[in-house]
Design a protein around this ligand. Structure first.
Ligand SMILES: *[C@@H]1O[C@H](CO)[C@@H](O)[C@H](O)[C@H]1NC(C)=O
Ligand SMILES: *[C@@H]1O[C@H](CO)[C@@H](O)[C@H](O)[C@H]1NC(C)=O
Ligand SMILES: *[C@@H]1O[C@H](CO)[C@@H](O)[C@H](O)[C@H]1NC(C)=O
Ligand SMILES: *[C@@H]1O[C@H](CO)[C@@H](O)[C@H](O)[C@H]1NC(C)=O
Ligand SMILES: *[C@@H]1O[C@H](CO)[C@@H](O)[C@H](O)[C@H]1NC(C)=O
Ligand SMILES: *[C@@H]1O[C@H](CO)[C@@H](O)[C@H](O)[C@H]1NC(C)=O
Ligand SMILES: *[C@@H]1O[C@H](CO)[C@@H](O)[C@H](O)[C@H]1NC(C)=O
Ligand SMILES: *[C@@H]1O[C@H](CO)[C@@H](O)[C@H](O)[C@H]1NC(C)=O
Length: 481
């Protein structure tokens, strides 16, 4: 997707059309001095099976996410939904590997986007109605004037049913897109308008899903690009993101544009640890056991003693209660027995009297012990009515979004789709292995048998690295790891 296309006509300060597309301050605007970009400054793998990663390092810029065994769930359940997250940090060259399953659904677009403040952009986009292709794209400095940047590549198995590894490897020299470890596309610096429109400024990482097929929110060209009109009744449509490994190739606390050129040479790195780095490297909060272990002996003793005191007190109270209870019980039993004896005696006497008078005889029916009381039947039968009926749990996906009124209104701001996207089978690429990364091409796979069918450059150096996820995936993709 062209996040940028929404911002075309840069002379107007636009309200964000989608949250993802927003740049708070464009450093190329000569009348602005933009705040520094908080850096990541390290390498980190974010696992999305809980909310921790998002809480620590991302802003939820639209909608809500759920978390499960398949990772973060980005769901479109109804019109207007477009859950999206954006990293709080920036990377200044780096690599991003996202392990994800795209959402199904005609017109539903799942996306991985890197975007900078001056609107450099690198994209992966998944068209929900197309199971086997992924679109790669890029933009430099918000230049939308040509539409030949989108290139589609085949993926070895259904992108909606299988986890795959979509990796962007980005340096000052070249930009590379990898699918499951296989290099599919290389953009050398000079190939992007002599480098001027090469993505080269600090980027945030954005993950999200939107309905490109909603005709009330998008131009016809966009709906067509998205694969047709979205039928929300066929939803919900969910994109699953298991993890994202983000390696920042710069270190530092912040990245600063030192001028308005938007060139990578103008970016200064400020030394230090970033806010996010602090959060990610902070030791986990202490458990009670750890806190206990740290207490000085005196304090522990005091606690033991007071705990012992409490225990002794509790015991004495309990004993007293038991004894009292037993005493009370004995008194009650004796009274009861006495009562029974008396009743029997009385009854016997009555019977004897009657017999002596020659009237009637022993009548068992009125003389059972139950007649003396005991457990009446009166409490039974009421329990069931007190039980509340089980409430049925509603759908666990909720989203409270305000559809943006500006979404499709401004002329020239449409999500213009490429009229004739270039569709390529993977071309042989020259043998670029990125420096210092010996796992760039896991020849043995790493995704089960995927790599056997994954397109790759015949000249790409193969290593003998063993599978990284050998244990689980046996059939295409990251079923488990
Ligand atoms: C630059 O920023 C100023 C102040 O926000 C704004 O008025 C102007 O339109 C911006 N110029 C461009 C080209 O975006
Ligand atoms: C981050 O990973 C890259 C490879 O992707 C490596 O070259 C670099 O040394 C790593 N940086 C740190 C701080 O570990
Ligand atoms: C989340 O995934 C990570 C990495 O696979 C694992 O170590 C962790 O135990 C998982 N957490 C939960 C709550 O499943
Ligand atoms: C994330 O949200 C915080 C708080 O709203 C904001 O200050 C910060 O600029 C946001 N980060 C990015 C990268 O948008
Ligand atoms: C998926 O996209 C590719 C590339 O655009 C195209 O060749 C193919 O026909 C599409 N498949 C479907 C089912 O739309
Ligand atoms: C925008 O991109 C087009 C096509 O690549 C190029 O011809 C043009 O010079 C670029 N414009 C700017 C201002 O860089
Ligand atoms: C994803 O692919 C990249 C590029 O080949 C590789 O370096 C990385 O280790 C892979 N990530 C996972 C989680 O397999
Ligand atoms: C950054 O963090 C590391 C490890 O957490 C620490 O050793 C180092 O002193 C910190 N640097 C700064 C400038 O705070």
């Amino acid at each position: 997707m062209q996040f940028l296309s929404l911002l075309a006509g840069a002379s107007v300060l636009l309200t964000p059309v989608l949250a993802q597309t927003w740049t708070a301050c464009n450093p190329m605007n000569a009348s602005l001095t933009c705040p520094p970009d908080p850096a990541l400054g390290l390498n980190h793998t974010f696992y999305f099976n809980t909310s921790t990663a998002v809480d620590q390092a991302f802003n939820v810029t639209a909608g809500t996410l759920n978390y499960g065994n398949n990772g973060a769930e980005f769901t479109i359940a109804q019109k207007g939904d477009s859950p999206t997250i954006q990293s709080q940090f920036y990377i200044f060259f780096g690599s991003v590997s996202v392990i994800m399953r795209a959402a199904p659904g005609q017109g539903i677009i799942s996306s991985i986007v890197l975007q900078s403040d001056d609107l450099d952009e690198v994209d992966w986009e998944f068209i929900g109605g197309n199971a086997t292709y992924v679109e790669t794209n890029y933009f430099g400095k918000g230049n939308l004037s040509s539409y030949d940047r989108a290139v589609y590549y085949p993926v070895s198995s259904d992108t909606r049913d299988n986890f795959h590894n979509y990796t962007t490897h980005w340096t000052a020299e070249k930009l590379e897109w990898y699918i499951d470890g296989a290099l599919v596309r290389t953009l050398p610096y000079a190939a992007a308008d002599g480098g001027y429109n090469y993505p080269q400024t600090p980027m945030t990482v954005r993950l999200g899903i939107w309905a490109g097929g909603d005709p009330t929110e998008n131009q016809p060209g966009t709906v067509e690009w998205a694969g047709g009109v979205t039928d929300y009744s066929k939803g919900p449509f969910t994109m699953y993101v298991q993890s994202a490994t983000v390696n920042d190739f710069s270190t530092g606390k912040e990245y600063v544009y030192s001028d308005h050129s938007g060139s990578w040479q103008s970016i200064k790195t400020i030394a230090g640890n970033s806010t996010v780095a602090h959060k990610l490297t902070a030791p986990p909060p202490e458990t009670i056991a750890q806190k206990w272990a740290k207490l000085p002996t005196g304090a522990k003793l005091a606690v033991y003693c007071s705990a012992g005191g409490v225990a002794a007190l509790a015991l004495s109270v309990l004993l007293f209660t038991c004894i009292r209870q037993r005493r009370a019980g004995r008194r009650e039993r004796e009274a009861y027995n006495a009562k029974v004896e008396k009743e029997r005696d009385d009854a016997y006497r009555d019977q004897m009297e009657l017999r002596e008078k020659g009237l009637g005889g022993w009548d068992n029916s009125t003389q059972g012990e139950d007649a003396l009381g005991g457990w009446g039947g009166s409490h039974s039968g009421s329990d069931d009515e007190a039980r509340a009926p089980l409430t049925s749990k509603g759908p666990n996906i909720s989203s409270y979004e305000v559809p943006s009124p500006s979404r499709s209104t401004s002329p020239g701001l449409s999500r213009m789709a490429s009229p004739g996207p270039v569709v390529l089978s993977p071309q042989p690429q020259s043998a670029h292995a990125w420096a210092g990364d010996n796992q760039s091409m896991s020849g043995g796979g790493g995704y089960g048998n995927n790599s056997n069918t994954s397109p790759r450059s015949p000249t790409f150096p193969l290593t003998s690295q063993s599978p990284q996820y050998g244990s689980g995936s046996s059939k295409g993709g990251y079923h488990r790891f």
